[in-house]
Design a protein around this ligand. Structure first.
Ligand SMILES: Nc1ncnc2c1ncn2[C@@H]1O[C@H](COP(=O)(O)OP(=O)(O)OP(=O)(O)O)[C@@H](O)[C@H]1O
Ligand code: SF4
Ligand SMILES: [Mg+2]
Length: 326
């Protein structure tokens, strides 16, 4: 029996643009088990959102999945389109960075949540509304009956994100993908939303993929981390191993540039340079121009290989690349 909810194997996504083909995902493989929380981290443009869109069947022209496969409970998700429609939006749901663009400004909060419940669960209007009240309470919104009749613009940013999460969990999905769910929020509200996701993981056994460019928010919530760079996963491991002993020089650089809450007077070092363009990505290690440990041996393609309890795509995995460099 397959123990994973979701498995992605060697996924390739291209965007055909006027300037040429953007190779947004270049052989991405990852998996998530029931109830697990996986963080996908990496700089802007590394392919985090495209990975989520590919899972949700949202890659559209000019984009296309050009290789690999996505399996849901062992069955292909992209090939079986009819089955996929049943799974997506019900068993796998997604919460986006900006709830204002995902919520319909012309519909009340209650109507929007009820619509999802009626559509996917076949509830009557009255039963769906009752369930919507329960969901708003579950995501920590006080006075839920009153809130049902309000429009998105009448709510604060944090409350709108809670409504999005309520919609996301309305059909009791097995997997929630949250793409930068707190980036648009201030720090206090951000912490509350992350706490809510952690609670939901415990209470309804939800698996979560948390997409973020901020490593700082990963430690408290996630079990495992996948680090993306230039359309590829360069390291995966447990949160503990990634923070305590990162093996890929890019992961080491990310951690050195992230403030740690419990360390006083720490010296933060940002990674200089920028990622390569994806119109014509290098065939060897994409991090080579920025890597303090890179040399001629890094010119070859670097694939993800088991290393310790995780996996790393670096021929020098495990060296402290930044030791001599700073
Ligand atoms: N519709 C599109 N047309 C052309 N290129 C695209 C399109 N959508 C994404 N891309 C390209 O795919 C690559 C990955 O983009 P993606 O949005 O996944 O990055 P990201 O890691 O989510 O970044 P961010 O942290 O800024 O959200 C980028 O090079 C981006 O320019
Ligand atoms: S393969 Fe070479 S250039 Fe790439 S991360 Fe490893 S050491 Fe650095
Ligand atoms: Mg993104």
């Amino acid at each position: 029996m397959n123990s994973f909810l979701l498995q992605i194997n060697n996924l390739e996504v291209n965007f055909d643009t006027r300037a040429g083909t953007v190779q947004a995902l270049r052989g991405v493989s990852l998996s998530i088990a029931p109830g697990e929380t996986l963080a996908i981290v990496g700089e802007s443009g590394s392919g985090k959102s495209v990975t989520a869109q590919a899972i949700m069947g949202l890659i559209d022209v000019p984009g296309r999945i050009s290789g690999g496969d996505i399996l849901w409970e062992g069955q292909p998700l992209t090939a079986a389109k009819v089955g996929a429609r049943h799974i997506l939006g019900k068993e796998v749901t997604m919460v986006f960075q900006n709830p204002m663009t995902s919520l319909n400004p012309l519909m009340t909060v209650g109507a929007q949540i009820s619509e999802v419940i009626e559509l996917h669960l076949g509830f009557s209007r009255q039963a769906a509304r009752k369930r919507a009240v329960e969901l708003l309470s579950l995501v920590g919104i006080s006075g839920p009956e009153r809130r049902l009749n309000q429009y998105p613009h009448e709510l604060s940013g944090g409350m709108r994100q809670r409504v999005m999460i309520a919609m996301g969990i309305a059909c009791e999905p097995k997997l929630l993908i949250a793409d930068e769910p707190t980036t648009a929020l201030d720090v206090t509200i951000q912490a509350q939303i992350l706490e809510l996701l952690a609670e939901l993981r415990e209470t309804i056994g939800l698996a979560i993929i948390l997409i973020t460019h901020d490593l700082g928010i990963v430690a408290g919530l996630c079990d495992r981390v996948a680090v993306m760079y230039a359309g590829q996963i360069v390291e995966t491991g447990s949160v503990y191993d990634i923070f305590e002993s990162p093996s890929h020089p890019y992961t080491q650089g990310l951690i050195r540039s992230t403030p740690q809450l419990d360390v006083k007077d720490e010296r933060l070092v940002s990674i200089s340079g920028t990622p390569p363009g994806l119109l014509d990505p290098p065939s060897g290690c994409a991090f080579l121009p920025r890597c303090p440990a890179g040399d001629g041996g890094c010119d070859k393609p670097q694939s993800l290989k088991a290393f310790g309890a995780g996996a790393v795509a670096c021929c020098k995995a495990g060296i402290d690349a930044w030791k001599e460099a700073v």
